[in-house]
Design a protein around this ligand. Sequence first.
Ligand code: F6P
Length: 549
Amino acid sequence: MNHLKRHNPSQLPAWKALQDQVGRINENTLTGMFKADPDRVNRFTADLPELHLDYSKNLIDAEVMQSLLDLAVQTELGHGIEQLFSGAMINETEERAVYHMALRAPKDAVMEVDGENVVPAVHSVLEKMETFVHSLDSDWKGFSGKKITDIVNIGIGGSDLGPVMVVEALKPYQVSGRRVHFVSNIDGSHISQTLAELDQETTLFIIASKTFTTIETMTNAHTARKWFREKGSESDVRKHFVAVSTNIEAVEKFGIDSRNAFEFWDWVGGRYSLSSAIGLSIMVAVGPRHFRDLLSGMHAIDQHFQTSEFENNLPVILALLGIWYTNFLGAQTEAVLPYDQNLQFLATYLQQASMESNGKMVDRSGKRVHYDTGAILWGGAGTNSQHSFFQLLHQGTHLIPCDFIIAANPTHTLGHHHDLLVANALAQCEALMQGKPEKQVRDELAAMPPEKIEQLTPFKVFSGNRPSTMIMISKLTPFNLGRLIALYEHKIFVQGYIWNIFSFDQFGVELGKQLAKAIEPEIKGDVKPEKHDASTNNLLLKFKSWKRY
Ligand code: F6P
């Protein structure tokens, strides 16, 4: 049964209308469009309490925006959203619901998967997490009777990136003196360097894996266990290892007490799981109250997304802008640029959320798509990024729409730093849009000899007309962070829906894993590499001739 409708967006009237409008937009400029439309800022801004979205510096006009909204209507996006929120199996290739919204629903909500209200189970796990975190502050002791001072989350992908990003983002809200560490890479450097600073007596590991089979996580978990057993006994393992997984059987097999296993469900996608028990490391770092605030922020956006008209619906607006750039203006990438050091891992987190979801070339009917899907997402924190890749944003040849994120208030007391930070964010958007025309460059160089002016002018011109979106929040609080995350989650859903692809599977990560399994014995033993292509065979032989461990 098809839970999500099938369509070819490129055959819809709105798609064709958008194609017809590219010429007009390309002939125009952002500054020209601002001059021509005194109401542009009002037209292209949207507000939620303490969250302001300004998308007026995008390469759109009222007609383009209308056609984008028509595209949403013509693809029956409303039906898609209804299906998402109904708990239908919209992850059709894996026969699962996509129901991360249930993870942040209030206790009295009713959200059903397969006829069963899942909200009570969600809250029961949340309470179990809270009890665990409180016990770390009170009676939970390591095997030698000492308190736990260090928590190591071992996970990868969705079982790592969200918690890493949020723990960093909410550093100013950390409540306990405990340190939280993250180990994800199978590269032994990651775990060995982390463990080198730790003491078995005071360290607790959270093994976070939806499947509890992921090779990186299980290899790191076994290494951690071995390290622990250098001092602790087998029966002490349960005091130092807890798990978060949908696979409780495998957790028990590993030797973790099922009472210390925090459950989640197959209707939570890995990259959408930070609001599940996968967020245990977040709760450990910031405490239950801030974790609940994070969930409330996500829930607020879930409701906004579910109930708002498309023209005022922030995730829908962000998604449509992305489609405009990807499918009509030829942009290949998009940048996320938070002007907030604590959001330094936001782009890395969103890379998985967006690119693992929408990096697909087959539509929901199993046919090759003939239009581009998921943009390449990248970015970094301002102002550091200004001193690395902003050169290309301002004077490079690529069209790169940028999301800027700023908070009106800092989480520290150095107000003059924050003034400068915000000034830079606003200035960058202005510079991208306005550029610097030749005349201005020549005027600025006027004191130089004429031949020098001729030589330098072309290099100092900024073409401008480069688009950006600004998301301003009142302050980076757990609630506002939750809202930001859910905004992007739903943006990704809308894009995948309109592109007529399945956003919630990830078969593309499987092939490399399969091949690695075949190569591993050849790396380890005397097996002669011969089954591969000539290049891989040669690399294997070279590697083995150099291998000294
Ligand atoms: O990269 C593939 C993937 O399946 C991700 O979708 C997931 O977040 C990650 O691996 C980790 O999976 P698990 O939580 O099952 O260890």
